[in-house]
Design a protein around this ligand. Structure first.
Ligand code: SF4
Length: 385
């Protein structure tokens, strides 16, 4: 399926409780869910012309906690999408699942309604880590959910894992990772714990109640993750993402990284296409009120400048193992890649941070540790040209 097809993202803004490190938009007020689903159905109908003639070949239910939707609600949403958009026959339909929210029969039902890929918010299979992150599930509950998903026939199973918690050693992380590998996930997203401003975890850090790992330790953990997973046959295809073979890479996320058009539904969801980005109000009540009146709940729209487009190409390309496609970049920039970035390329090559492979500029594993620095070097050249 061609990558010019559009992606759909649905933001489900509810969680049973907020995790102290999370800065995604979600509320713990489940009484608003029914009204949200009605509003979402209206938004889908109102935006039916937004994908033009292109087919939809990925749908991603993210959040928040999409697995708080009942199978019947998921069926209603998918059927509304089918009524208003042209769905590819092999459409990848992913649901993020919080293992602490699913009851018996859940996976069988959602599979029947068309969900064919799961992203399980496992985060860890160590109870101590789960406790620190204040997750609602235990390692045992996560294991039960994973087995239940397999029994229901899901053969595209991704796990989210978090590492780099205060005091976490390579030995402890290896043990956690190896427990996850026993389930043979087709996809793994391994995120380093970050302290996002405004979150309780960030406040605890500021107040000195927790101590972050030293930079050398996080760098060593990052490298270990990549080499350990490579030894188990996983492709490190994006800075935090690993796939058990090319076919198991997330089709949906690759569209974001390749700047393919996407439509986002739900509070705080972003849409992108034709050089424009817009995003919905990050407020579930405002979202419902606007749609009740037949108004799209758009908070802001921005038309990207050429500099913004080029910076995003660089930023996203550097994150992936495909790298920056030099020819595609030159076409948009109307300027030679080496003419613009000769010094940056030389510096990165000298430091063994990157190389040019098949006309793409690709970071090495060492270079990925300096992603922000390299991105800034490129951005400086783009904005001063
Ligand atoms: S369940 Fe996920 S989205 Fe909800 S607060 Fe926790 S990390 Fe954030």
């Amino acid at each position: 399926m061609s990558e010019i097809n559009t992606a759909l993202y649905i933001h489900v803004p509810f969680c049973i409780k907020k995790c102290p490190y999370c800065d995604f938009y979600s509320v713990a007020k489940l009484s608003l869910k029914e009204r949200f689903v009605d509003a979402l159905l209206t938004e889908i109908s109102l935006r039916e012309d937004c994908a033009g003639a292109s087919a939809i070949d990925t749908i991603y239910f993210g959040g928040g906690t999409p697995s708080l939707l009942t199978p019947r609600e998921i069926e209603r949403i998918l059927s509304r999408i089918r009524d208003h958009f042209n769905l590819a026959t092999d459409c990848e339909i992913t649901l993020e699942v919080n293992p602490g929210t699913v009851g018996p029969g859940y996976f069988e039902e959602i599979r029947r309604f068309g969900v064919n890929r799961l992203n399980m918010g496992v985060q860890s299979l160590c109870d101590e880590k789960l406790g620190f992150m204040e997750r609602i599930h235990s390692a045992e509950v996560a294991g039960q959910a994973l087995h239940a998903a397999r029994r229901a026939g899901f053969d595209k199973l991704g796990f989210d894992l978090i590492y780099g918690l205060p005091g976490e050693t390579e030995t402890a992380w290896r043990k956690d990772l190896d427990k996850a590998l026993k389930f043979h996930p087709e996809h793994l997203s391994c995120y380093m714990l970050t302290y996002e401003p405004g979150t309780p975890m960030h406040k605890a850090l500021e107040a000195g109640r927790i101590s972050p790992l030293r930079d050398e330790t996080t760098a060593a953990l990052f490298k270990f993750t990549s080499t350990h997973l490579a030894a188990h046959g996983y492709l490190h295809y994006e800075i935090s993402n690993f796939a058990a073979g090319p076919a198991h890479r997330s089709r949906h996320n690759r569209k974001y990284w390749n700047l393919v058009p996407y439509l986002g539904f739900g509070p705080s969801a972003h849409s992108f296409g034709r050089g424009t980005r817009s995003w919905n109000h990050a407020d579930v009540r405002r979202y419902g009120d606007d749609l009740d009146q037949g108004v799209l709940p758009v908070a802001e729209t921005e038309i990207l400048t050429l500099e913004q487009v080029l910076t995003e190409r660089v930023m996203l390309g550097l994150r992936t193992s495909d790298g920056i496609d030099i020819k595609a970049f030159e076409k948009i920039a109307n300027q030679g890649f080496m003419e613009l970035f000769k010094d940056v390329v030389r510096e990165c090559e000298t430091r063994s941070w990157a190389g040019i492979v098949n006309h793409c500029f690709v970071l090495t594993l060492e270079g990925r540790l300096f992603l922000d620095t390299v991105t800034s070097l490129f951005a400086e050249k783009i904005w001063s040209r």
